[in-house]
Design a protein around this ligand. Structure first.
Ligand SMILES: [Fe+2]
Ligand SMILES: [Fe+2]
Length: 298
């Protein structure tokens, strides 16, 4: 395994705390309990699994710069402030995960195709806030909060400092999810017809998870953490469906196959259309009213 290079100075965590931000973990709800199972940081097989997980985290944080495009298209001052704050936080996370890889002497690998797919930017704002912020970052939070914080062994002297960094990331990701949920609700109020394609898109997103799980779990049925990957992903899927219910586009009863297929077709169509969407700036049109001035120009 290659030894990573010397670490640049870490970016400080974002201390610009928003008093309106939710308490830590609220957006994620209660988590999965691994029952005290941990990885062994001296076992080559476990290190390879952690290298894979941390590599996906690192790539996901690198795609955090995509919020710069959301800033360009921000429809309000509140949104512009959020994306500015998020950009600083995501760059801080990128540095923190690089530091964690170096601390554990793990060389990052390229991202898995599922992570590339789930973290892709979308110019159609309603899809951006649903798929990236509300659902995507919610699943990221599950992995950081449940998987990494629980299964890194406290007995290793490097781990307490790593967990301290992870808790900063978890708190900030919970804020991103809360923002995504708020904006998704606003989009659904403006465009109630999005409910059906949103339902389908969430189902499609969840269908990609088994590919990741099989890559992580491999063929180690006796491993204390890896043997729990399947129930962990079932927990994540159930939490995402419950989150979608709270957001108002997932039915109380699990949808049947026909409804699911119809919703997935609607979601696929909307996603295809979104690929043609162009990002447009809005604040340059609305800044006067956003700042509390009259819209009249004379
Ligand atoms: Fe992040
Ligand atoms: Fe985030």
């Amino acid at each position: 395994m290659n030894t990573p290079g010397k670490a640049p100075a870490p970016a400080p965590p974002d201390t610009d705390h928003d008093p309106a931000a939710p308490p830590e973990l609220d957006a994620a709800g209660s988590g999965y309990d691994f029952g005290g199972a941990t990885f062994d940081l001296n076992d080559p097989g476990d290190r390879e699994v952690l290298r894979f997980i941390l590599s996906q985290a690192l790539f996901g944080e690198a795609t955090g710069v995509y919020c710069g495009r959301s800033l360009y298209a921000a429809r309000s001052l509140e949104a512009a402030r959020f994306y500015t704050r998020q950009a600083r936080q995501e760059l801080g996370h990128l540095q923190l995960f690089a530091d964690i890889c170096r601390t554990l002497d793990l060389q990052p690998a390229p991202p898995h195709w599922v992570i590339r797919l789930l973290s892709a930017h979308n110019n159609y704002y309603p899809l951006k806030v649903l798929m990236e912020h509300a659902i995507g970052e919610g699943m990221v939070l599950d992995v950081f909060k449940d998987l990494l914080l629980q299964t890194l062994p406290d007995s290793d002297p490097r781990v307490p400092a790593i967990k301290k960094k992870l808790r900063v990331v978890v708190r900030e990701e919970a804020e991103h999810v809360a923002w995504g949920e708020k904006e998704t609700r606003a989009m659904l109020r403006e465009k109630p017809w999005l409910r059906e394609p949103f339902l389908g898109l969430v189902e499609l997103q969840l269908m990609t998870l088994p590919a990741l799980v099989s890559r992580i779990a491999g063929s180690r049925p006796d491993h204390p953490v890896l043997r729990q990957m399947k129930p962990f992903v079932e927990h994540v899927s159930a939490r995402v469906r419950e989150q979608s219910r709270r957001l108002g586009f997932y039915p109380e009863q699990e949808p049947g196959l026909a409804r699911r297929c119809a919703a997935m077709a609607a979601g696929t169509l909307l996603f295809a259309r979104s690929q043609l969407a162009r990002s447009r700036s809005q604040l340059d049109k609305s800044y006067l009213s956003e700042l509390g001035f009259s819209d009249r120009t004379r």
